[in-house]
Design a protein around this ligand. Sequence first.
Ligand code: CA
Length: 464
Amino acid sequence: MHTRPNILFIMSDDHAAHAISAYGSKINNTPNIDRLANEGIRLDSTFCTNALCTPSRATILTGQYSHINGVKTLDDEIDSSRPIQSQKLLQASGYKTAIIGKWHLGNNEESNPQGFDYWNVLPGQGDYFDPKFYEMGEEKQYPGYVTDIITEKATDWLDSTDRDDPFCLMVHHKAPHSPWIAAPRHMNLGVEGEFPEPETLMDDYETRSEAVKMTSIRVEDTSARNLKLDPPEGMSKDDKRRWAYQRYITDYTRTIQAIDDSVGTLLAYLDENGLAENTLVIYTSDQGMFLGDHGWHDKRFMYEQSLQMPFLARLPGEIDAGSVSDAMLLNIDFAPTFYDYAGIDCPDEVQGTSGRQILAGTTPDGWRTSMYYRYWMSMLGHRVVPNYGVRNERYKLIHYYGVLPEDTGLHDLKIPAEWELYDLQIDPQEIKNVYGNPTYSAVQSEMLQELDRLQSAASDASRH
Ligand code: CA
């Protein structure tokens, strides 16, 4: 029997923390995901370093920022030959490794998964019903609902592994990514029209940047494909936003419920097979999501709802049941955390740090109190311009640097360079930009310096 813990890493796509009841959701109930909070730890300050699907996935595997691992936007593919990837190091150290579900890092010889004893992944975004998969490179199509299929393939793989070696199984759900299509058994969940509205649903963007005002991620801009219905005729602008919010959240919360079922199935599997005691179980999402916050859907911006990743972890005997931590854990820290549990020396190229002690209830001396963020994709994606910033425990500084990448063909567009500064203690909803406000001049210069320091520390030399 091995002594190193198994790792069951469950990651969904676009599942915001505030749509998990353990995080205080007002819109849904997730009893199985909540089990991990009750039996383990809930982290309240887990942040992504680039709030977008493909880049966050590459960062999670490599422990590196986007500009180092080369996957900055949705259009980039991972170079799978790169040696520093968590599954490769785990495999080399004796772990059995598998990934089932969403890969979304490319689908060709160069970007197909490597370092997995077994892989069975969706092409690109994949489909909700009767999805195609690539099982070890071979195209397959399975009847049914994608979340359930991923869960079934995960337990099938666990059945097929012997127990002599530890395993690392990555279960990467497609849900609840748009177009938010629920399993048939959840189609009547929740009452459309009665979901509580977030405080900032009707945000007027006063004091905010042009970058915020120009974006097309407002809920009323959501595509008809995603909303599945046209708005009733003659609606006012405000009513249309409210209608679109209800339409979105109804489908989004319904889609989450099969994920919750999946977590329940996987935890029951561990219980029934004597694996619960020696398996680190993590639940997270590739980034957060605006759930009508600021009137938006989607992510990309550095505001809290998009920046925060849910992160719940259970490992009996090491992680205290029902514990909570505010320590800042970033997605660059996930791979080094795995290495720590597996007794693997963390390579120098990794930019993150193991969070194992945090999960065990102790924040190490000198642990970070600020973090660097950068979103690289051009405004082609939902008209969200590139931006970077720094967040510490109280303040957040964001810079929309006003230059679009040359390869977009849009780099001649006049996009203003703008700054925003938020005092999260006084203004947790981030609706009052205080950049340039004399009251905050000392804070502002400290945050500008901190941005410089973190940008250098992350070896991000290009300021635009
Ligand atoms: Ca995502």
